[in-house]
Design a protein around this ligand. Structure first.
Ligand code: F7E
Length: 339
């Protein structure tokens, strides 16, 4: 049985990837912070359904000894390094911790893999944020990087480290350059989930407005479930390489809003408020990818459309918030609340 070691298994991508690899017959090990094990219902909520089928190893990506020990005990065949401080906005507030955990974390894992399991296959979660201030639209694997945040810079460093371990030490190391990918498991701080959770709460009468920053930013949004399939495919090839993973179609934040509100029969204009505090010191205005290489070499194609993504997220947030209402309000109040 093949063994896989996943950092960031408690996150959106980690949870979908773990489910995929269980289906494929892998023995799945997840590297998690010790505190996560003490607060299962909250911190392990995305993997509660598979907890009895995976093994969690406590440690920190900021500690080389804990990574070394974990990889020595598992001796994985494949390693997916997904853990990171991934919220771009926060990286402006604390550049130091973002750079420290994202760059050193990647370096420690690569170094441990090279020393302990040099034949293991390694995946690094690169990001379209590496392109930042783009000079070409659409971007492909040859487009130069121009990151616009500490997060983007940390991902460029991780990408370079991964390539260097491939070239210098012959590691089977790949980077996926993933564009924004969302799902009902997305964290509430990211714009898509912020929008769909607010739309659901507005529809159910829990809140009355949605505050956002830059509505003009354009993103090439896809579904996380499709994108974890691409990660796995990258590690099944004969030779390691880097791939752009996206849908090849972009939309503005405003379009996302319009779609989400109109799905529940509301007009976004009645609820949307611009708050300058959500603007970033340096914005990535437009991202649009070209996934031809992934299509040709991996045989990968996205299967979930932008519309399907928005609808799934809104529906799940309606379900989630309706359950919360049922817990807190008596039945007669619930009818009065819905708009
Ligand atoms: O912002 C604008 C914001 O935070 C998208 C991460 O997964 O994808 C993600 O990075 C856009 C930006 O994602 C609000 O200014 C407007 O232009 O959802 P986001 P992101 O920064 O694109 C890449 C590929 C990653 O690798 C990252 O880890 O939406 N925006 N108003 C807002 N964004 C947020 N969060 N909140 C707002 O109120």
């Amino acid at each position: 049985m093949k063994k896989v070691f996943i950092t960031g298994i408690t996150g959106q991508d980690g949870s979908y990837l773990a489910e995929l690899l269980l289906q494929k017959g892998y023995k799945v090990y997840g590297f998690v912070r010790r505190v996560a094990l003490e607060d299962e219902q909250h911190r392990l909520q995305r993997i509660l359904n598979i907890l009895d089928r995976i093994e969690l190893i406590p440690g920190s990506i900021e500690s080389y000894p804990s990574i070394y020990k974990a990889i020595s005990s598992v001796r994985p065949d494949e390693v997916y390094h997904l853990a990171a401080q991934s919220f771009v906005s926060y990286s402006f507030e604390d550049e130091f911790s973002t750079l420290q955990s994202n760059i050193s974390g990647t370096h420690y894992i690569l170094a441990a893999v090279k020393d302990i399991v040099p034949h293991a296959r390694f995946y690094f979660a690169g990001s379209s944020e590496m392109f930042g201030k783009v000079n070409t639209v659409p971007q492909n694997e040859n487009t130069p990087f121009h990151p616009r945040s500490a997060y983007g810079i940390s991902k460029v460093a991780g990408f370079d480290l991964t390539r260097n371990y491939r070239e210098a030490y012959n590691l089977f190391a790949c980077s996926g350059i993933l564009y924004n990918h969302e799902s009902p498991r997305r964290g509430f701080e990211f714009v898509t989930r912020k929008i769909t959770s607010h739309v659901a709460m507005i529809k159910l009468g829990i809140i009355s407005k949605l505050e956002l920053g830059n509505l003009e930013a354009r993103r090439d949004w896809g579904h996380a479930k499709d994108y974890v399939m691409a990660m796995w495919l990258m590690l099944q090839q004969d030779t390691p390489a880097d791939f752009i993973i996206c849908r090849g179609e972009n939309h503005s934040v405003l379009e996302f809003c319009e779609k989400a509100f109109s799905y529940v029969g509301l007009n976004y204009k009645d609820y949307l408020v611009i708050n300058p505090k959500f603007y970033r010191p340096a914005e990535v205005e437009i991202l649009l990818g070209d996934y031809s290489k992934a299509k040709n070499i991996l045989g990968w194609n996205p299967t979930i459309s932008f519309e399907e993504l928005v609808v799934e997220m809104v529906e799940k947030d309606l379900e989630y918030n309706s359950k919360k209402i049922q817990q807190f309000y008596p039945v007669q109040d619930q009818k009065a609340r819905v708009r």
